[in-house]
Write a protein that binds this ligand. Structure first.
Ligand code: HEC
Length: 192
C-alpha cells in the first residue's frame, strides 16, 4: 500500500469515528437520557393481606347460585375439557389422576371409592354442594390447602356456573336447583 492510499484509508476511519461520536452527541441532545419514573416492566409482588378482620367471603369467589338457573350445560361440557386430563365424567368411569366425577354434586367430600385422596381432602367435612364447588373450583389450593388437585381454577363466574351445571347433570337424579330463598341467603351472606 502506498502512502497516499494509507492516508486515505486512515482518514476514512477517522472520519467514521468522528461521525459516530457526533451522531451519539446529537442523539443525546435530542433525546436526553432520563431515569424512568417507574419500572418499565412492573414486577407484580403479592402483598399478603395484613388485616385479619376482613371477612373471608369478600376475597373469595363471586356468588354462584343466581347464575346456576340460567347456566349452560353445553358450555359446561367445553369448560370440562380442562378437567379430563385428570377426571372421568361418565357413569361408572374409573378414577384417574383425580377421582371419577359422576354424581359428585351433594356427594360427601373425599368419598369416591378406591381413590387415594390427600389427607386434607380426606379429612374435610361436608358435601360438595353448589357453594362448596364454587369455592373449590375458583381456586382449589386456596379453598383447601394441601389438596393434590393441581389446577389453577376457573376465574370466570360464568365458567364455574356452566361447569357446575354440567356436573349437576351427571347424575341419575340431578340435585334440585337453588330456590329464590337460597339465592337471597347467599347474596346477604356475601354482603356482610
Ligand atoms: C391436574 C389434574 C386435575 C385437573 C386438571 C382437575 N382436577 Fe379435580 N382433582 C384432582 C385430584 C388429584 C383430586 C383429588 C384432590 C385431593 O385428594 O386433594 C381432585 C378432586 C376434585 C374434586 C373433589 C372430588 C371428591 O371426591 O371430593 C372435584 C369436585 C374436582 N376435582 C373437580 C374438578 C373439575 C370440575 C375440574 C375441571 C374444571 C378439575 N377437577 C380439574 C385432579 C385434577
Amino acid at each position: 500500500m502506498d502512502d497516499l492510499k494509507f492516508n486515505k484509508v486512515a482518514a476514512g476511519f477517522l472520519l467514521a469515528a468522528l461521525l459516530a461520536m457526533a451522531g451519539y452527541k446529537i442523539s443525546e441532545m435530542l433525546v436526553p437520557h432520563q431515569e424512568l419514573a417507574e419500572n418499565a416492566y412492573p414486577i407484580e409482588v403479592q402483598v399478603a393481606s395484613t388485616s385479619t378482620d376482613a371477612p373471608a367471603a369478600k376475597q373469595g369467589p363471586e356468588p354462584i347460585l343466581a347464575l346456576l338457573a340460567s347456566a349452560d350445560v353445553d358450555a359446561g361440557i367445553k369448560v370440562g375439557k380442562k378437567c379430563t386430563a385428570c377426571h372421568v365424567f361418565d357413569k361408572g368411569g374409573q378414577n384417574k389422576v383425580g377421582p371419577a366425577l359422576w354424581n359428585i354434586v351433594n356427594a360427601d367430600k373425599g368419598a369416591v371409592d378406591g381413590f387415594g385422596y390427600s389427607t386434607a381432602l380426606a379429612e374435610m367435612d361436608g358435601n360438595w354442594d353448589y357453594q362448596a364447588l364454587n369455592g373449590f373450583l375458583y381456586k382449589p389450593k386456596a379453598y383447601l390447602a394441601g389438596t393434590k388437585m393441581n389446577f389453577a381454577g376457573l376465574k370466570k363466574p360464568q365458567d364455574r356456573a356452566n361447569m357446575i351445571a354440567y356436573l349437576r347433570s351427571l347424575a341419575d337424579s340431578p340435585a334440585a336447583l337453588p330456590s329464590d330463598a337460597d339465592i337471597a341467603a347467599e347474596a346477604s351472606q356475601l354482603a356482610q
